[in-house]
Design a protein around this ligand. Sequence first.
Ligand SMILES: Cc1cc2nc3c(=O)[nH]c(=O)nc-3n(C[C@H](O)[C@H](O)[C@H](O)COP(=O)(O)OP(=O)(O)OC[C@H]3O[C@@H](n4cnc5c(N)ncnc54)[C@H](O)[C@@H]3O)c2cc1C
Length: 479
Amino acid sequence: MVDAVIIGGGVCGCSLLYELSRYQISAVLVEKENDVSVGTTKANSAIVHAGYDPHPGTKMARYNVEGNALIKELCAKLDVPYKQIGSLVLAFDAEQDALVRELFERGTKNGVPDMRVLTAQEVWEMEPNVSREVTSALYAPSAGIVSPWELAIALAETAVKNGAEVRLNSEVTAIEKIDGGFRVTAGGEAIETRFVVNAAGIWSDRVHDMVNAHAFTVTANKGEYYLLDKSQGTLVSHVIFQCPSKVGKGVLVSPTVHGNLIVGPNAEDAEKGDLGTTGEGLAFVKKMAMRSVPNIGFRDSIRNFAGLRANTEIDDFLIGETEQKGFFDVAGIKSPGLTSAPSIARDVVRMLGEAGLPLKAREQFIDERRVVRFKHLSHEERAAAIARNPLYGQIVCRCETITEGEIVDALHRPLPPCSVDGVKRRCGSGMGRCQGGFCGPKVQQIIARELGIPQEQVMMDRAGTAIITGETKMGGRAE
Ligand SMILES: Cc1cc2nc3c(=O)[nH]c(=O)nc-3n(C[C@H](O)[C@H](O)[C@H](O)COP(=O)(O)OP(=O)(O)OC[C@H]3O[C@@H](n4cnc5c(N)ncnc54)[C@H](O)[C@@H]3O)c2cc1C
């Protein structure tokens, strides 16, 4: 019997696995897809929120502010792209000026540091491309931007290095109460465990109901985005929000940690699993964004995508032990769930400890990770890297300057990817202007070579997304 099974490899599940791997216990994360971070964790605004938005006293408020500080530390330790660029919430009239002041009050109560209410003039001095219609803004310097999928992957990799287990392609289909714990059926295999944590994102109601009475329903709410080329990446230098409303935090315009500009999201109820973008949704996003920053060059859009919020009946996270002793929900984790995940994880570990999980610290906990990012190296460092491994001298992705050495490194890290998009999430190949049009086949060849599998078995992304069905004219083999 293992000590704990975590269901779901999003940022919440991976944060929890990382925190549990500090202790001398056996923890297994089961994920239904072929990689971690492929649910809502890979499709969101990627903002590390400051924490003025949630109402004081809520779980969201507490975890948001704590998570904001923790993410900064984690990203430094685990070498995850993060930038503390600060955020502005723009007001456009007297009613919104009042809302900005209310957000300032809320933030103060929540413990958000160093906020200020700015005049329109101060806003334009900080952000010359912001609309001349602005009347005031809330400035929160502790807000940041992060690579959400790289954060989840780094946490999972570190947990694996410390002895935790990740089982991919392992959908949980049944959970049974047994003596002293649970029998979880994942990927057709039974795992007996003392504790279960349900971090299954938009499917967390279904997982909860496998062994508990129905208590909540997750409704998916879709947010659609534009991702713009790096030519637009410096249009603004802070996260530019509009005033929040009942349906969400409004449409934002922000640089990304990878140097692009992200614009979105809208908020529309959707079917679970419906990740399609719509002309109507994107037109709304465009119109709203141009209210904040009128000269966004939408012609430089390189991708549209959508993410699904895990809304429930209550306007807060659902975290804690259920009626089944030993079963914990981490459910309804909508925004600011990315920011909150590290703090939620610490709190759930505390709860597991109180419920009887022995938390004896591992003697040699590995708590650092370094990744070669060739394009960020100096000339001298590049020369040294190539001397060490000539594959760093082969550029595979020209848009993003990603080398074969980095791709090979990713394929031999503790939680190796098995798809072209899995490699993309780890090293950024295919994230540029051509969106993998040129480097995709080469990446596919490298994956096949390094994993020792036929090229036709290399998927674009999840199971069933085959790229080729047989050998190509080139012979389909890596040189
Ligand atoms: C449009 C949008 C914008 C957002 N912007 C921000 C933001 O800027 N900042 C912020 O802090 N938060 C933001 N969020 C919220 C944040 O993205 C989420 O709270 C967070 O990613 C949730 O992580 P998770 O681990 O709970 O869920 P997920 O990432 O969805 O992970 C759940 C995992 O469980 C797996 N799973 C499901 N069922 C099973 C099963 N039966 N067996 C095994 N595995 C299973 C899924 O495959 C998935 O990988 C945003 C959300 C959306 C939708």
